[in-house]
Design a protein around this ligand. Structure first.
Ligand SMILES: Nc1nc2c(c(=O)[nH]1)N[C@H]1C(S)=C(S)[C@@H](COP(=O)(O)OP(=O)(O)OC[C@H]3O[C@@H](n4cnc5c(=O)[nH]c(N)nc54)[C@H](O)[C@@H]3O)O[C@H]1N2
Ligand SMILES: Nc1nc2c(c(=O)[nH]1)N[C@H]1C(S)=C(S)[C@@H](COP(=O)(O)OP(=O)(O)OC[C@H]3O[C@@H](n4cnc5c(=O)[nH]c(N)nc54)[C@H](O)[C@@H]3O)O[C@H]1N2
Ligand SMILES: [Mo]
Length: 687
């Protein structure tokens, strides 16, 4: 008789889908969406179904490996004892030689969003004051925009979109990136709502819209300023909301008087007629749901741009009402008790001298800066990340990894970052150990049962760092304060105690089994209209921007135009068949996505004699990648479009072409500014 287990996808994705796993004779033979999952209605996405293939993929590494000479592919299998013993020796040596642990660095992100995964940060806190790579490679600029305007990043339940009369999607492609959400959008449309999509490319989501606006990348703030001006000119504002709940409206109003629609048309590519049409839609429908995409804030003025879009919701009183609000991301699901964070370094004789110190921090993706730190980085642990594929200036990332004395990568496959590691530690998939995952989009919380025994010698991140702590303490007593006797379930329990348990109405996480549980948050954000800003109101004007050198009002900076040497802007968008750099080695998904390609407008292709399917070179001053041409009218003539994570950062990796450039905002939410992945200019030729 097969056994059925409850699992939940812990990927860095909005949906956090619940899964039913059927196990026969110890092997997972089928997975399907959990029909009880009120968000997914029992379906998974293409990647979700491919998890089964991923568990048993021949690409998966099942034993610890050691490499002689980074990047040479000369791996040898070693025992866990040897791997952790040698890694521990290196850590002990660093402390002995440096008298501090700043040379040890952790680069970790959301490869796995499970609660137990935070043990890795906990472990690194337990061995001394180290260097943490902080911040988000994802959504920091936009989060700051919301924090400046509203005081916090909150969002309504996703099904609240069904109540909207107008849905405006700025720079997101949910038909591919959050497919389950489309059900709520279609429900709204069925009830008469209009759908507007604002995107430089005609996406699968745009194909379902009533009005598609093909904007120039990075120009959303300008377009939104134009819409705001028309709302003002045509008396389409919600004066009562502005009067009662906002701060800085008069200043913003004065700014809008100077906004020139012709200038906006030049920058954004959107003429006055369309600007007026969108403004009238905003001003004459209520409620309006606005969706802020992650894609729209990956540019130098991305944070300010999102602030202006927020302003449209405020000007039309679409805040705190059912079917209204902006949907971006939320911080509520991260309401852990911070148990792992409370682990403090040991206080041996040397540490007594440095007890007043804090951990050193460096922004995520800032590999160039890693080189100039003093003391330098000698040891880097990478977990739940693939920086060689996903960070800008990827060639440089590879060089820097090569130059670091010890690099450890904990992952399932030999990723393009693992290629530059000294040690590779194989991690369990989420089917192989117990955890809890909470969605930051729909706030559902589910237990992830252990459905199968670990494959090969794989261990969870928690088991790996706990054993490393034990090894360290055997080698050098009291080196790590990690509580090595605690089991995973005790940690999950302690992380959830307090706010999470109370928001879920449970007293132990095992109660989540077989139950639909969701954080008890307001279904409609800001219904109380209490904004945790300095003024207690929605702030058009925020004094907090002064610290970051930006205008207190949401005024976007001018967008950079391409030079003639590199006339095309290269946009990277998500593929329906991959998650960032993940899933790309799986045959079923490769077949879906097809060959690695660059999408080109037929006019551009014609001008350069490029036919469908031909191999082309996309290049700039940083490098060159070869791809197959795919001609499509969905892409305007001055843009080229590729999939994020493509080629996974090998010699042909996309991010080799992306120079490191910051977005404008991000320091409030994530200590560092976001990253302008979309600010990439290239040229194109036949190979
Ligand atoms: N299938 C799939 N799903 C995913 C992921 C994945 O890799 N694959 N990744 C997950 C992650 S980490 C994230 S952050 C989310 C991202 O989810 P989305 O935000 O939906 O994804 P993106 O593809 O990055 O960007 C969406 C759109 O923004 C547009 N865009 C780019 N620049 C601009 C601009 O300046 N203005 C406007 N208006 N539009 C612009 C792009 O053309 C693209 O169509 O998806 C998550 N879900
Ligand atoms: N050009 C370009 N670059 C981008 C973007 C873009 O739009 N364009 N988008 C950016 C965005 S939004 C994001 S979020 C980042 C994502 O950047 P990353 O988070 O680095 O991307 P992933 O490819 O998802 O890498 C996560 C890794 O975690 C591993 N993993 C999965 N489960 C586990 C686990 O349980 N334990 C451990 N230790 N590892 C695990 C996966 O196998 C994978 O290798 O990329 C950014 N980079
Ligand atoms: Mo992301």
């Amino acid at each position: 008789m097969p056994n059925i287990y409850d699992n939940i996808c812990p990927a860095d994705c909005f949906a956090s889908c619940r899964i039913k796993t059927i196990v026969e004779k110890g092997r997972a033979i089928r997975i399907s969406g959990d029909p009880e999952d009120i968000y997914t209605n029992g379906s998974l996405c293409a990647k979700g179904y491919a998890h089964l293939e991923r568990i048993y993929s021949p690409e998966r590494v099942l034993y610890p490996l050691r490499q002689k000479g980074k990047g040479l592919g000369q791996w040898e299998r070693i025992t866990w004892e040897d791997a952790l013993g040698e890694i521990a020796e290196r850590l002990v040596r660093i402390r002995a030689e440096e008298h501090s642990m700043f040379s040890v660095c952790l680069d970790k992100y959301l490869g796995n969003t499970g609660i137990l995964n935070r043990s890795v940060e906990g472990f690194f806190r337990s061995i001394g004051y180290i260097t943490f790579m902080v911040g988000s490679p994802c959504d920091g600029a936009g989060m700051d925009a919301l924090i400046l305007n509203y005081g916090a990043c909150r969002k309504s339940f996703p099904e609240d979109m069904t109540n909207a009369k107008l849905i405006v999607i700025w720079g997101a492609n949910p038909a591919w990136t959050v497919p389950h959400q489309m059900r709520f959008i279609y429900d709204a449309v069925k009830q008469g709502a209009k759908l507007v999509v604002i995107d430089p490319i005609f996406t699968a989501t745009a194909a379902r819209s009533d009005l598609y606006i093909q904007i120039r990348p990075g120009a959303d703030g300008h377009l939104a300023s134009g819409i705001a001006k028309v709302l003002l000119d045509e008396n389409l504002c919600d004066e009562a909301f502005l009067e009662q709940h906002t701060h800085g409206w008069d200043e913003f109003k004065s700014h809008l008087l100077g906004v020139d629609l012709d200038c906006i048309a030049k920058v954004s590519g959107i003429g006055e007629k369309d600007i007026r049409e969108i403004a009238r839609l905003y001003g004459t429908h209520k409620p309006v749901t606005t969706w802020l995409g992650v894609g729209a804030q990956h540019n130098p003025t991305g944070g300010q741009n999102l602030r202006v879009i927020d302003a449209l919701a405020a000007m039309t009183g679409n805040i705190g009402i059912p079917g209204g609000n902006v949907h971006y991301v939320s911080q509520e699901g991260w309401a852990y008790s911070g148990a792992f964070e409370k682990i403090t370094p040991p206080c041996g004789p040397e540490e007594n001298q440095i007890r007043t110190l804090r951990h050193r921090t460096i922004g995520t993706g800032r590999f160039a800066e890693l080189q100039s730190l003093s003391p330098p980085i000698r040891f880097l642990w990478i977990a739940g990340r693939n920086p060689v594929s996903q960070d800008p200036d990827a060639s440089r990332v590879r060089e820097i990894l090569k130059s670091i004395e010890t690099v450890v990568v904990v992952d399932q496959n030999l990723t393009s970052s693992a290629a530059f590691a000294d040690y590779f530690l194989p991690v369990k998939t989420f089917f192989e150990y117990e955890d809890v995952v909470i969605s930051n989009w729909h706030f559902g919380a589910s237990i992830n049962q252990q459905a199968i025994k670990p494959i090969g010698e794989c261990r969870s991140d928690f088991e790996i760092v706990r054993e490393l702590a034990r090894t360290l303490n055997r080698l050098a007593p009291d080196f790590s304060t990690f509580p090595v006797d605690k089991e995973g379930d005790e940690w999950i329990d302690s992380e959830m105690q307090g706010r999470l348990y109370s928001l879920l109405g449970i007293t132990h996480f095992k109660e989540l089994l077989g139950k639909h549980c969701r954080l008890n948050l307001p279904a409609v954000a800001w219904e109380d209209r209490v904004f945790p800003t300095p003024s207690g109101r929605y702030e058009f004007s925020s004094a907090q921007t002064l610290n970051s050198g930006y205008h207190p009002l949401p005024i976007p900076a001018a967008s950079e135009r391409p030079t003639s040497a590199y006339p095309f802007q290269l946009l990277s968008v998500r593929s329906f068949a991959a998650l960032n750099s993940q899933f790309r080695s799986l045959k079923s998904l490769q077949e879906l996505e097809g060959t690695r390609k660059v999408f080109i407008n037929p006019l551009t292709a014609k001008a350069r004699n490029i036919a469908e399917g031909k191999e082309v070179s996309v290049y700039n001053w940083l490098g060159e990648i070869h791809l197959k041409a795919s001609l499509t009218d969905s892409v305007p003539p001055d843009l080229l479009v590729v999939y994020v994570g493509m080629a996974s950062g090998g010699d042909d990796g996309l991010n080799r072409l992306i120079s490191f450039e910051e977005a404008d905002l991000g320091t409030i939410s994530s200590q560092v500014r976001g990253i302008s992945f979309q600010n990439c200019y290239v040229n194109l030729s036949l190979v």
